[in-house]
Design a protein around this ligand. Structure first.
Ligand SMILES: Nc1ncnc2c1ncn2[C@@H]1O[C@H](COP(=O)(O)OP(=O)(O)O)[C@@H](O)[C@H]1O
Ligand SMILES: [Mg+2]
Length: 327
């Protein structure tokens, strides 16, 4: 026996990885990040609260999908590196850690072509706990799931299912109207989050990224551009809008930057302010995009008031865009 090979304890680790800083909104955004990277044009999220209080979430996309072997790789903690970088994924963990942060049982069902059978694999945390091995479940696709796939995906695509969602809501409810209201509030908060993170994809008039329609229980998520460009003023001179950033490996990237000043409160109607400008102190600061997704909304990233650096700190941004939004 080789005493130096010290495999992780499956049960301890798979549970430990539930707490890596996700909340429901950021977890769902990570699943959608994968769908967009797979070239999806339609992403359907279905949040179901069953009569007995069970909560199930479906994410269907019409992207390129995966065959059996690719589903197996996708479900691996530490999946293979992506051949292209058009995603926020870096460590091959997002699908697993995002899903398990919300639920204790999650499945991926997918196909790369219509003539292929659906490939399906499941991680069930309680199963891993019981047997203390990194073992997935290979269960047949149910009739319901088949139907779901046809409805939410298409000839090719991927369906991610979260079951046993013990962390979808921030507290426990006895099944009933209060719980229904909490699920509704959660869906609305999710819609708001996605409308911001993916606004460039959701806005069909924004040519910087491809177009994606995201629906939550059938309702399309509307884009929300935090800079309200229809009414705001961009104040950075053209020659200041590109910044060459030296990366840690010595290579250089160009970060694009804009600075926006939103209209003053007194020049807006209440509705305009609430719907388009959403002015608040917290909303001021840097907005950072990577691969067209918003990864930071507001805040000053320690650029001001870091005395050891004379009040300034170098911010490294890779292939992204930095924007200032001062309300
Ligand atoms: N919706 C999807 N459609 C097609 N492939 C997917 C999808 N979701 C995940 N994958 C595949 O699974 C792999 C692992 O995903 P993930 O755990 O999120 O890690 P990462 O995004 O860092 O690669 C991805 O690299 C991709 O190949
Ligand atoms: Mg990912």
């Amino acid at each position: 026996m080789n005493d130096l090979i010290n495999d992780p304890n499956a049960s301890r680790l798979i549970y430990g990885l539930r707490d890596t800083g996700y909340n429901v909104k950021t977890a769902a955004a990570d699943i959608i990040d994968n769908s967009i990277a797979a070239g999806a044009e339609n992403i359907n999220i279905e949040i179901q609260l069953l009569h007995d209080g069970r909560k199930v979430v479906y994410f269907g996309d019409d992207g390129h999908g995966m065959n059996q072997e690719e589903v197996r790789n996708a479900m691996r903690y530490g999946a293979d590196r992506r051949p292209d970088a058009k995603s926020l994924g870096k460590f091959g963990l997002g699908l697993k850690t995002a899903s398990s942060s919300v639920c204790k049982r999650y499945s991926v069902i997918s196909r790369r072509s219509e003539d292929q059978p659906l490939a399906k694999l499941t991680w069930d945390l309680e199963h891993v706990e019981q047997h203390n091995v990194w073992e997935m479940l290979a269960e047949p696709v149910t009739a319901d799931q088949n139907e779901m796939f046809d409805e939410y995906c298409g000839p090719t695509g991927t369906l991610v299912i979260w079951e046993n969602c013990d962390r979808l809501l921030s507290k426990e409810y006895t099944p009933g109207t209060k719980e229904q209201a909490a699920v509704k509030r959660m869906s609305e908060a999710l819609s708001k989050h996605l409308s911001l993170v993916f606004h460039r994809f959701l806005d069909e008039n924004d040519s910087r990224e491809g177009n994606v329609v995201i629906r939550i229980n059938g309702t399309p998520v509307k884009p929300w551009n935090p800079f309200y460009p229809e009414r705001s003023e961009q104040v950075l001179a053209p020659n200041k809008q590109k910044v060459v950033v030296e990366l840690f490996d010595g290579s250089e990237e160009v970060a694009e930057m804009k600075a926006w000043i939103l209209p003053h409160r007194r020049d807006m109607t209440k509705e305009e302010e609430a719907e388009f400008a959403r002015i608040s102190n917290r909303a001021q600061g840097f907005y950072v995009y990577r691969e067209g997704r918003l990864i930071q909304d507001g805040g000053w990233m320690d650029v001001f008031g870091a005395p050891e650096n004379g009040g300034a700190k170098l911010v490294h941004v890779s292939g992204g865009m930095v924007l200032l939004r001062a309300a």
